[in-house]
Design a protein around this ligand. Structure first.
Ligand code: ZN
Length: 167
């Protein structure tokens, strides 16, 4: 699809992206749950730039950074694209437009929507609940038993110090 024509027609596109087609997304998450809702509205923005406003909604399972088990995440995203044909044009866009590159007469919608989906994936995910018991964390030293063990090296140090003082 040529974004220039879409803008000219002020085209509104609403649809579902089949998750099976989005290989980069599938590779980035544990699983994609259902298809991806996408909505795009093409129009010139106030500055005359070729633009598209869009929304995305999808559900994925990510790997919990605490227990390494899958954790479900729902992602909703809104974005504003400025359609460009070169990096220079991209740099010249107003700040509220994210540059999206069209090659020649063809805007690869799946490609650029997948880019947008990947940009909106949470960088890290955790279960809301305490998925790993607190006492399994070793850096806190909150449990009594471990504190006692932890003291031992210091006692040894004190003894060494004591003995070196005497000599
Ligand atoms: Zn977890």
């Amino acid at each position: 699809m040529d974004a220039r024509k879409l803008v000219l027609r002020e085209q509104r596109l609403v649809g579902m992206l089949p998750a099976a087609e989005l290989e980069r997304l599938s590779a980035a998450v544990e699983s994609v749950d259902g298809d991806i809702r996408a909505e795009l509205e093409f129009a010139r923005d106030l500055g005359g730039y070729l633009a598209a406003s869009g929304k995305l909604g999808f559900s994925v399972h990510l790997e919990c950074q605490r227990c390494l088990q899958p954790v479900p995440k729902d992602v909703e995203a809104e974005f504003r694209w400025g359609i460009v044909w070169s990096e220079e044009q991209g740099k010249a866009l107003p700040r509220d437009l994210d540059p999206v590159m069209q090659n020649g007469d063809e805007l690869d919608l799946y490609q650029v929507l997948e880019d947008e989906i990947l940009l909106n994936l949470p960088m890290v995910a955790y279960h809301d609940e305490e998925c790993v018991p607190r006492d399994r964390f070793h850096f806190g030293g909150e449990s009594g038993g471990e504190d006692e063990q932890r003291e031992n090296p210091f006692k040894v140090l004190e003894q060494l110090k004591g003995s070196s003082d005497k000599s």
